[in-house]
Design a protein. Structure first.
Length: 151
């Protein structure tokens, strides 16, 4: 049986409440769906809903045209459960707004637990500076689809 990349991403994944994780997921075929302002805002709403449900505390996030980066502190549940909820509901909302159906997100997601000694502020800055590095804006504050509790 073949061993797919999404299976390697799950290898060794552990969900620990109180732990900080950087999560990344990509739009299927890297289509820049979230270049549309209103579709990006639908995704932002779903990020915030996870926090309202008390599953995670968002520390920072950015919605790029074809992917997201999200720094969370896990409160309860598993990373898989949070991402399944987020991706399912955001796909439903975006597809409804676009009048289409089908897959929005690539299978799987990337996660990285932050070590205690890591500079969390540096990770936050890296996340919110993504639009700047991608050449989408000249100043981070000019990009509409990011937030961070630290900045």
């Amino acid at each position: 049986m073949p061993y797919y990349a999404s299976e390697r991403l799950r290898s060794g994944r552990y969900s620990e409440p109180g732990q900080l994780y950087v999560l990344t997921c990509q739009v299927s075929k890297r289509v820049p769906v979230f270049a549309d302002f209103w579709l990006a805002r639908l995704v932002v709403h779903q990020l915030r809903l996870i926090e309202v449900e008390d599953l995670a505390c968002s520390q920072a996030w950015v919605v790029m045209p074809d992917h997201i980066h999200w720094l969370i502190e896990l409160k309860k549940g598993t990373l898989e459960n949070i991402m399944q909820r987020f991706k399912s509901r955001s796909a439903r909302a975006v597809n409804q707004a676009r009048g289409c159906s089908g897959r929005l997100w690539q299978t799987g997601f990337h996660d990285r637990a932050l070590r205690r000694e890591e500079n969390v502020l540096a990770v936050v800055r890296y996340i919110v500076a993504n639009p700047l590095r991608a050449g989408l804006v000249e100043r981070v504050r000019d990009y509409s689809h990011w937030d961070a509790v630290w900045l």
